[in-house]
Structures are given as C-alpha cells and as structure tokens.
Design a protein around this ligand. Structure first.
Ligand code: BEZ
Length: 183
C-alpha cells in the first residue's frame, strides 16, 4: 500500500486504462491546463502528417480534471514500462499534487510533453488546430475520434474544459459540412 503509485490521466488515460490498477477515482490537479499542443506521429497521425493530442501547460489559476489510478507496488515497474512505451512520443513523467473526488490528496505521476520535445507543436488558432485534428489519422485511429472520446469522457466526469469543448464544436461542424451534398 505504501509503495503503491498514483497516476493521474488527463487525456486518453481517462478512458483507456490498458494496465492493471487496484483503484480508480475522478480527480483534479491545480496549476495546469490541458491543451492540444503536442504532435502525434505514432498514434493519431504520422511523421509526415502529425495529429494533435493533449499535454499540460503551466496555468497557475486553473484546474484540470481527469482520472487517478492507484497501481499496486508490485505492478508499478510493468505498468510504467508499458506507459513509457505507449507515450514515447515526447512525454516525460513528473509528480504533482492531486485531489481525489473523495477529498483525499495524493502525489500522482503525470505524463507531460514539455515544449522542448521533438514532437511539440504548440499553440495555434482554434480553426487551425481543429482542421489538423479533423484531417489527421494514425495507427491508433482518427485524430477526431480521440477528441470526441476525450470530450465525452470529460462530460461523464462532469468536468468543464472550454478548450476541448470549443475544438469539439469546430471539428463536429467540419464533419457536418463535409457531409453536405455537393460539397
Ligand atoms: C493522459 O491521459 O494523462 C496522457 C495520455 C497520453 C499522453 C500523456 C498523458
């Protein structure tokens, strides 16, 4: 129990927990904001046409909602090896204070893509980001499906994330426009 590890997921880890855990709990971190600023060459895009996935940026007054997982000590090396491979496209691990929805506070590991990593794309206007998400595809599927799954996972958590919600609206609109007859 003492050497168990808490992991906080704010992206695909909210809905895709393909590892062993003993407990899962909705959670929040403070001082961070979720942004579609990281390029994806290996999951939701390709090296020639990278997609966009989320990372966290410093945002002192903001909160980021996600899902925390407790991983039993004996499983920690295997789970981290699996996640390090899954998130090898520019992510590092850091620890941050995390508030669980039942009031507990824990130190949890998060995967962050720092701006100096090779796949970092950074900020752009919302239309540009939405267009890139709308058109990108990779070995793990369409980039827009990643956005849709994230948007729905956040709604299920009762979380408000204006950046994700706005991109969802724009990408949804792009999909509707594409389906118009004659367009
Ligand atoms: C996450 O869900 O926390 C996450 C997933 C992929 C890369 C980085 C973070």
């Amino acid at each position: 129990m003492n050497n168990d590890l808490w992991l906080f997921g704010y992206g695909s880890l909210i809905w895709k927990a393909d590892f062993e855990f003993v407990e899962r709990c909705p959670a929040n971190i403070t001082g961070w904001a979720r942004r579609f600023w990281q390029g994806s060459h290996d999951h939701r895009g390709t090296p020639d046409a990278p997609g966009r996935v989320v990372t966290l940026i410093d945002a002192p007054d903001e909160h980021c909602a996600g899902m925390a997982y407790r991983i039993a000590a004996p499983q920690v090396p295997t789970v981290l090896a699996h996640l390090d491979y899954r998130e090898k496209n520019g992510y590092d691990r850091v620890e941050t204070n995390t508030t669980l929805s039942d009031g507990r506070t824990v130190s949890a590991l998060i995967y962050i893509a720092n701006p100096d990593n090779f796949a970092h794309l950074g900020d752009a206007d919302e239309q540009t980001i939405a267009q890139q998400i709308h058109t990108s595809n990779g070995p793990s599927g369409a980039n827009r499906d990643y956005l849709i799954e994230l948007h729905h996972a956040l709604i299920e958590l009762g979380a408000v994330d204006n950046h994700v919600a706005r991109l969802f609206e724009l990408v949804d609109l792009m999909g509707q426009n594409q389906q118009l007859p004659g367009s």
